[in-house]
Ligand binder design. Structure first.
Ligand code: NAD
Length: 501
């Protein structure tokens, strides 16, 4: 009896989508059904080298391609992404598990960065100081670095690759992308559309794999910069390895994001915002609110929050009206269930237990429903570890100062939010909180494309963030030119051995 193998995910090398010659493969699995959607290769060293070599070769022309031509590629690309939005979201939902609405959001947030890349003409301007000395001007050129690499996580397989290669390529670099091996399908479709938009062969390459491929990218002498988004453990390793090899690196890492609710907040708006930000995408967002600090009388709102969470609909992402889809893998589900058990064992009170929800028609899906712990302390493992699932840890504080002290003592600094109707409280919070992205009555304050993602402390390594203005600095080298011109017949100069212009 012959069996039909699922399709293979291709590598993109030098403008061609090619089959890998590797003997190491992994299955890409629909997390709601366990259906094998495809097989993804772990690229060989030869294939990694070929991708980098093609990027090196393509850089020679791309670096001097006029800025307006580079911008036009991204104008076409944004149009293609818009035209294929539904198709991309459907693929993403099947591959990753999130709801169709959330999958569209994943694509649309990435699209904003593509639109930003299309305005590269304004963004990559240098500076000029006229007359820094008699007849002398100084100006800067912002030149591309060469071959850059990006390594992305599973949870935003559209948005995060789109944070990286459009800005790197728009600034004149060539790129090698290594998507998550867990859900590469939508990323590959985006790569196809990018080529259709007119990115020349070799300027964008995509290879697949795990630790070995990532290490090869960190070590490769031709790669000048590495952009990473993923967990703290892996990102710390990538940062150290890439910088040790003399590269620029920016690594956006794990998180534990706290929400503070003041008793003067708008109750209904706050509770609804919290539900979306805690449980949306099954908690698999680096900006998910995973800790809630209720200040003073706000603690009385907890039963209502639990009621709202209990009503959320757990189902496959493709089903209408689903609020939470499955976790990305069996391993992720087992890990989240283990942490819930550990929370109970360490003495936290499980007000809502989302383990083993009944999901009719999808009995083998990796589902965990909304779960809420009260009485959580900073020593518990459910507080110290990033759970990355639909699990909320609730704490209480007597004052805003006490709430801020808890947050500032936590090692992570990705995002935080305060809910209040007091301008004074909000101002104190934004001034004193040691977290890089702050929401004021906004639960998930991911900055729009003209700003940069600005997580801080344990949630980031490297001083420049992805996309926005900061990434222009990351993907370019500043060259400073100081120049003076003489009239042909001006013979008035004298030898000058002092350090002056
Ligand atoms: P991950 O760290 O497991 O994987 C990220 C990438 O690293 C993948 O491409 C993977 O193939 C590669 N990788 C995995 N193990 C490796 C190893 N040992 N050596 C070298 N490379 C390795 O992360 P994930 O599970 O895919 O994503 C979830 C994590 O990403 C969470 O911690 C989340 O907070 C974080 N994240 C952070 C941000 C942010 O902006 N701060 C955004 C999204 C996700």
């Amino acid at each position: 009896m012959s069996s039909i193998l699922p399709p293979t995910v291709k590598l993109l090398i030098n403008g061609e989508f090619v089959d890998s010659q590797t003997d190491q493969w992994r299955e890409v699995i629909n997390p709601a059904t366990q259906q094998v959607l495809a097989r993804v290769p772990f690229a060989t060293t030869t294939e990694v080298d070929a991708a980098v070599a093609s990027a090196q070769e393509a850089f020679k022309n791309w670096r001097s391609t006029p800025i307006s031509s580079r911008a036009r590629v991204f104008l076409r690309y944004q149009q293609l992404i818009r035209e294929h939005l539904k198709e991309l979201a459907t693929l993403l939902s099947a591959d990753q598990g999130k709801t169709l609405a959330d999958a569209e959001g994943d694509v649309l947030r990435g699209l904003e960065v593509v639109e930003h890349a299309a305005s590269i003409g304004n963004l990559q301007l240098g500076e000029l100081a006229h007359q820094v000395a008699g007849g002398v001007d100084t100006y800067t050129l912002r030149q591309p670095l060469g071959v850059c690499a990006g390594i992305t996580p599973f949870n935003f397989p559209a948005m995060i690759p789109l944070w990286m290669f459009p800005m790197a390529i728009a600034t004149g670099n060539s790129f090698v992308l290594k998507p998550s091996e867990q859900d590469p399908l939508v990323t590959m479709r985006l790569a196809e559309l990018a080529m259709q938009a007119g990115i020349p062969p070799g300027v964008l390459n995509v290879i697949h794999g795990g630790a070995e491929v990532v290490n090869a990218l960190c070590d490769h002498p031709a790669i000048k910069a590495v952009s990473f988004v993923g967990s703290t453990a892996v990102g710390t390793h990538v940062y150290q390895r890439a910088t040790q090899a003399g590269k620029r690196a920016q690594c956006m890492l794990g998180a534990k994001n706290h929400a503070v609710v003041m008793p003067d907040a708008n109750r209904e708006q706050t509770l609804n915002s919290l539900i979306g930000a805690v449980f949306g995408a099954a908690g698999q967002r680096c900006m998910a609110l995973s800790v809630l600090i209720l200040v003073g009388e706000a603690s009385q709102w907890l039963p209502e929050l639990v009621d709202k969470a209990r009503k959320l609909k757990v189902n496959a992402g493709c089903e209408p009206d689903t609020d939470l889809g499955p976790l990305v893998s069996r391993d992720a589900r087992t890990r989240v269930e283990r942490l819930i058990a550990q929370g109970l064992a360490e003495g936290a009170e499980l007000l809502l237990d989302g383990r083993n929800p009944a999901v009719s028609g999808y009995e083998s899906g990796n589902f965990v429903g909304p779960s809420i712990f009260a009485g959580v302390t900073p020593q518990m493992s459910i507080y110290r570890e990033e759970i990355f699932g639909p699990v909320l840890c609730v704490m209480q504080a007597d004052s805003l100062e006490q709430a801020m002290a808890i947050i500032n003592a936590n090692p992570y600094g990705n995002g935080t939010a305060i809910f209040t109707s007091s301008g004074a409280s909000a101002r104190r919070f934004k001034e004193l909180i040691e977290v890089g992205q702050v929401g004021i009555n906004v639960p998930i304050p991911v900055p729009a494309a003209m700003f940069s993602f600005s997580g801080s402390r344990g949630s980031r390594l490297g001083d420049l963030g992805p996309y926005g203005k900061q990434v222009i600095l990351f993907y370019t080298q500043t060259k400073t030119v100081t120049e003076r011109w003489f009239d042909e017949d001006d013979q008035s100069g004298a030898v000058n051995t002092t350090i002056t212009l």
